[in-house]
Design a protein. Structure first.
Length: 447
């Protein structure tokens, strides 16, 4: 009976249409588009209008290739990334798996409070702060219940994230239509006609090119249950997810570049307030719905990335049916909530947590990208499906960009943050981000 059910299950998977195989890419899009990337997109749009849209397209291409690598590992490899490192690199592989897990765990945990503040900000526009913080507690409790309510919660997660993505696309698209952007100028933004390649450009690439989310694609592909015959569908899923990320970012930038030009935006509540004169109460409400969808979806998946990758690194399991990934995910959720509550109620400066997380990204991001490239070029693991020359070229370029971003973080951002510790900083002006957008906590685009 079990063999018959298994055969029927495999047959169903192999006969799925391409659109039925989509899912992991949608979940990845949710973690990339968080409150931090929403603020960054609006800040870039308000200062540079449409001129930086081409950067988002470039970032989308890098993300697409790295997500495809992750998806191929999930489909073709016979084990999880952590197990692959242990099996093929011996003792050094065990240490590497633990290091990868710890880097992702601490980055996600340190920035998780930003997602909590993003959820709170979506309600702050309409409610008193004392009430909204209790809502944050409630949403954390709901997330923890979600983790333990289902024996295998992947299918439920996929459906919930699809709803959130749909809400974001709808809300931000309606606001963009109401904004009535200049189509000609918007189209020019897709071309690097006035390109200035500097650290701000790298920071904007970082809002969409999030290597930890691409690495997690390997776990999502395994949970989705793609067969080898569905590999092409998995690659389509990666493309769909990347395009959704780019579309949401471009819609936000274009809206800000039309109606928020010249405004100094320091938090998402100011973005909502800035939209009201142009669109009225409806536009502000739509933005807040989109913001909540982005914050809460990123809020949940960001913590899962940390929990599952660390659990795998410690050889404690990486399946949705395992307890360890759920427990570690809960630790991230609770830590992020406690830090957020402390920051708001005690009116303290969250910069130390941001500095800590940024310091780890200096090691973590290049390490994750290098690991993806190594696994997908290993014939013992991938067989005949190792990277081709185009994928490797894009992968190496992406790795070089991550090294450049690491340099920017180590020698520019962190020193600036440390200097700011001596200055009074309003909590509202800080918009920490989840793993999906930590590279651009405070970009300062040129006029």
């Amino acid at each position: 009976m079990n063999e018959q059910n298994s055969a029927e299950s495999v047959d169903i998977m192999e006969n799925r249409k391409w659109y039925q195989a989509i899912g992991p890419g949608i979940i990845t899009a949710c973690v990339v588009i968080g409150p931090g990337s929403i603020l960054t997109s609006n800040k870039i749009g308000s200062t540079q209008e449409y001129s930086m849209i081409w950067v988002v397209v470039v970032a989308c291409i890098f993300m697409m290739f790295f997500m495809s690598m992750g998806a191929r590992i999930g489909v073709l490899a016979k084990s999880s990334p952590g197990n692959l490192l242990r099996e093929h690199l011996g003792g050094s592989g065990k240490a590497l798996a633990i290091l990868v897990g710890l880097c992702v765990f601490f980055i996600s945990t340190a920035f998780q409070f930003g997602n909590n503040l993003g959820v709170q900000s979506a309600f702050n526009v309409y409610m008193d702060k004392s009430i909204t913080m209790y809502l944050v507690i409630a949403f954390n409790a709901l997330s923890i219940c979600f983790l333990f309510a289902f024996k295998d919660f992947y299918k439920a997660l996929e459906k919930v994230m699809m709803v959130f993505v749909g809400l974001m696309l709808l809300c931000f698209a309606v606001n963009l239509i109401f904004a009535k952007p200049a189509i000609g100028q918007l189209a020019k933004g897709f071309l690097p006609l006035e390109a200035e390649i500097d650290f701000n450009t790298l920071g904007l690439i970082g809002t969409t090119f999030v290597v930890a989310a691409a690495y997690f694609q390997a776990y999502l592909a395994r949970q989705k249950g793609w067969s080898v015959s569905e590999l092409k569908n998995g690659l389509v899923d990666a493309r769909v997810g990347s395009v959704i990320m780019a579309t949401l970012t471009i819609m936000l930038m274009a809206t800000a570049g039309t109606v928020l030009v010249g405004q100094n935006l320091t938090n998402v509540e100011e973005v909502a307030a800035g939209l009201e004169p142009a669109f009225g109460e409806t536009g502000k409400m739509l933005f807040c719905i989109g913001l909540f969808s982005a914050a809460y979806s990123s809020f949940l998946v960001n913590s899962m990335i940390a929990g599952f990758i660390l659990s795998d690194g410690l050889n404690l399991g990486s399946a949705t049916t395992d307890k360890a990934p759920r427990i570690l995910t809960t630790v991230v959720l609770l830590t992020g909530m406690i830090v957020a509550l402390f920051v708001v109620w005690q009116d303290v400066d969250p910069v130390p947590a941001v500095v800590f997380a940024q310091a780890i990204t200096v090691i973590g991001n290049p390490l994750l990208a290098g690991t993806l490239l190594w696994i997908t070029n290993n014939r013992k693991i991938m067989g005949d499906h190792t990277n081709g020359p185009i994928t490797n070229t894009v992968g190496v370029l992406g790795l070089l960009i991550l090294f450049a971003m690491a340099y920017q973080t180590a020698f520019i951002k962190i020193p600036e943050k440390l200097k700011s510790l001596d200055k009074p900083v309003a909590v509202q002006s800080m918009t920490p981000m989840g793993v999906g957008s930590h590279q651009t906590t405070d970009p300062q685009p040129k006029d």
